[in-house]
Design a protein around this ligand. Structure first.
Ligand code: 2RA
Length: 329
């Protein structure tokens, strides 16, 4: 038995990847409805060999037999339409930033806090991509050694800015001006993702601080981020330094990571083995390597974390949440 699913933002990069991930994971879909803006309405999209026509999203769209709606159409659309969908009994899994810090909305990474799904009131938020891939390997380390502080620098792919970001990299490599990035992305690392807040941090950095605390269920964890856009097509990389309250043995820490759900350890530097964006692309796991003791603090570790930001950082995480919902139906 399947469920009736709607995709909002079906023609976008994440919207299309929702469908690809559902195909890959044999997600049980009964009826499928595809919604987008009036500009994209009428487009045809194939799912499991059948062709579907994209419809314009309106306030009437959810008056159908829809059980789960996966939204990836930006915060403004989510703010307007997610409550309408929820009022019709649809459970919305929303990939935008609109509801993430709302205290009535669970913010879920299935490997980290699946229990939070139980208190949803019709909307479940999917975290930001850079946060998701960091908390998947850090949660089991937090459980064992208690994280005091995280210092993270991100190396974020242009696909994080959607198709427009990917197009900008291609344009920039040809010497043409960028349309979404504030500087040429070719040959540059741009330390600016989303807009700047008054305290000098970008909103992308604030997401990493606030979302980490909410997902991990521990507001005492300090997070000090710098988020950077790099000329990589897909998959975000992160340099992560973690300080623990309790001591650890390296062998045991690596064993914890090897057994962590959704984590693949790739750590054999003598043979040039460590996580790479090109390898992570198209996969659902989070890859961790360059694991080494931080010798400047009482108990600390450095690591390099890479994941496909469109799959695990967005579509896969949302589909995993939908899988949990189905299990509990
Ligand atoms: C980015 N984190 O990479 C954003 C996408 N959600 O721009």
């Amino acid at each position: 038995m399947g469920v009736n699913v709607a995709i909002v933002g079906a023609t976008g990069m994440v919207g299309r990847t929702f469908l690809k991930v559902m195909e890959d994971r044999n997600f049980p879909v009964d009826k499928l409805y595809l919604f987008a803006s009036s500009k994209s309405a009428g487009q045809k999209i194939t799912f499991r060999g059948n062709e579907y026509i994209v419809e314009e999203l309106t306030e009437e769209s959810f008056k159908r037999d829809i059980q789960i709606a996966l939204f990836s159409a930006g915060a403004t659309i989510s703010k307007q339409f997610a409550p309408i969908a929820a009022s019709h009994g649809v459970v919305v899994i929303d990939n935008s930033s609109a509801w993430r810090m709302d205290e009535n909305v669970p913010l879920v990474v299935p490997e980290v806090n699946p229990q939070d799904i139980s208190w949803h009131k019709g909307i479940i938020a999917n975290p930001n991509c850079s946060t998701i891939q960091m908390v998947v390997p850090l949660k089991p380390l937090h459980d064992k050694y208690k994280i005091k502080r995280i210092v993270v620098s991100t190396y974020q792919a242009v696909s994080g800015a959607g198709k427009k970001g990917v197009d900008d990299l291609e344009r920039s490599l040809k010497g043409e001006p960028c349309q979404v990035f504030p500087h040429p992305i070719a040959n540059n690392c741009i330390p600016h993702i989303d807009s700047f807040a008054p305290n000098g941090y970008t909103k992308e950095e604030l997401k990493m601080i606030n979302e980490t605390k909410k997902i991990m269920g521990d507001s005492s964890i300090k997070v000090s981020p710098t988020t950077v856009r790099v000329p990589v097509a897909n998959s975000h990389s992160e340099s992560v330094n973690v300080e623990f309250a309790r001591p650890y043995e390296m062998e045991e820490l690596i064993e914890v990571l090897k057994h962590a759900p959704g984590v693949v350890v790739q750590d054999d530097p003598q043979n040039n083995i460590y996580p790479l964006a090109t390898y992570a692309t198209g996969k659902d796991e989070v890859f961790v390597g360059r694991i080494r003791r931080d010798e400047t603090v009482y108990s600390g570790v450095n690591m390099w974390i890479v994941a496909d930001n469109i799959r695990k950082g967005a579509a896969t995480n949302a589909v995993q949440i939908a899988e949990l919902l189905i299990k509990n139906m």
